[in-house]
Design a protein around this ligand. Sequence first.
Ligand code: ASP
Length: 338
Amino acid sequence: MLHRRRFLQLGSLGLGAFSFAGSTAGKAAARKPIVISTWDAGIEANKAAWKVLRSGGRALDAVEQGVMITEASQNCCVGLGANPDRDGYVTLDSCIMDEKANCGSVAFLERIKHPVSVARRVMEKTPHVMLVGSGAQQFAIEEGFPLEPSKLSEEAERDYQNWLKKSEYKPVINIENTKKQTAFVPIKYDNGEWNHDTIGMVAMDAAGNLSGSCTTSGMGFKMRGRLGDSPIIGAGLFVDNEVGAATATGQGEDVIRICGSHLVVELMRQGLSPEAACKKAVERIIKIKGDAAKDIQVGFIAINKQGEYGGYCIQKGFNFAVCYADDKNFMVEGRFVL
Ligand code: ASP
């Protein structure tokens, strides 16, 4: 377990092979505010979210401002600097949800720097939940979001040129007579990392209200037009202010299959801790996939109304970042490798 500590030790909380949970068992008061988010990028994103939360701000603002940091940074898998699809275009997916079950989403969005903010505008300014493709881009421009250049970042251009050498798509299904293959097992790089890294963030503010956000470029070198779980409310993200909030990362197709984040929240409603709920959702995917589960990664993280948090994933190597105020109102910050 790797972790960073601020002001207070995180203590000797138990760590399973692929899971980590923080519990407030035995304490009457909920642990709040709290924010957790996926992967290492979550550390910086949490800091931005924390600025909002520590000053008594809304969880909704925290989860938007938090993931905007990742969207604006150079990242393989979030924002305009990310890896393109196999035709060379970066397409972005994002969604956001608040404590009143208001939600907004954009998908297959090109050349807009902050899809999470466009998703929020969809939520707040339209009668709809989801806008996609050129319609989402048109709406963003009408809302004043600048149209950014379509050029790939240096890193993405390099990775794309490397990928093009083999165009290795490792098909699961082959459709005869098509030049390109139709489905794929996500690429694992030589260093063992997966080629995907969505940021999903869920938070509870000092007033006890929950919100969440999720933003990604999806899988690198995906088929043009492919959407994963991340912009889909219930799959990549779900918030129920009576129960808790969950978000997902990893192979979106398999998260969609089980309505992953909604499932995690419903399992918490039945009394499971965040960690146990994430574990059950992961087990459901493993059961469906059978042997093929060894070739994929999916991770869930969740918080409940008591401010307990947890995560679970299929493969080793998923991590998430946590930041909360403890019962003496000290900020505790951690990074957990599952
Ligand atoms: N869930 C994302 C997707 O399938 C990718 C990821 O989290 O890495 O698009």
